[in-house]
Ligand binder design. Sequence first.
Ligand code: HEM
Length: 177
Amino acid sequence: MTEQRAGREGGAGMRAAAALAIAAVLVALLFWLDPVALYPWVKAAHVIAVISWMAGMLYLPRLFVYHTEAETGSEKSETFKVMERRLLRAIINPAMIATWVLGLWLAWRGFGFAGGWLHAKIAAVLLLSGVHGYLSASVRRFAEDRNQKPTRHWRIVNEIPTVLMIVIVILVVVKPF
Ligand code: HEM
């Protein structure tokens, strides 16, 4: 790793730590102040975070499809590594944290964690978070040129967040049970 790159990675680490610290303070304030009028604003922020998380979760496996087709060690392959790492760290990880924190606050403040639809939704989001974990580990594998999976695998993985998203949105909007 070059010094310049190490510096950039260090800077990214500092930024991530600062973002987490700010998020923690905001969450503490949210639970402590508990203003009822804030509910629609928190819901809006939750939906914005959800859109960012989903955008990344749908794009990353698509990048893996192209990356699998690129020759190992080629300039193209190295560019995909940078794109994948940045997408994961700058968008997908923070958006997932924001979605969870704001969603849990809404579930607590609006519904006292009650309702079959809510429990089913949380179960579906846990599955989505599992897919997130798998994609995150896959970014590391691609970075070390250790991917063994064919493009067909990544095309199939690409569909899983889509299906889960459809289920989650129907559960929260229709609240069928
Ligand atoms: C564990 C994490 C999550 C929890 C606890 C949670 C919980 C909630 C709650 C309680 C609401 C408010 C519902 C209402 O006021 O009627 C809400 C809104 C919403 N959530 Fe989540 N959510 C989570 C993650 C997600 C994810 C991953 C998605 C999409 C993939 C999502 C999509 C939405 C949408 C679209 C709304 C707006 C629904 C409406 O206004 O009718 N949520 N969420």
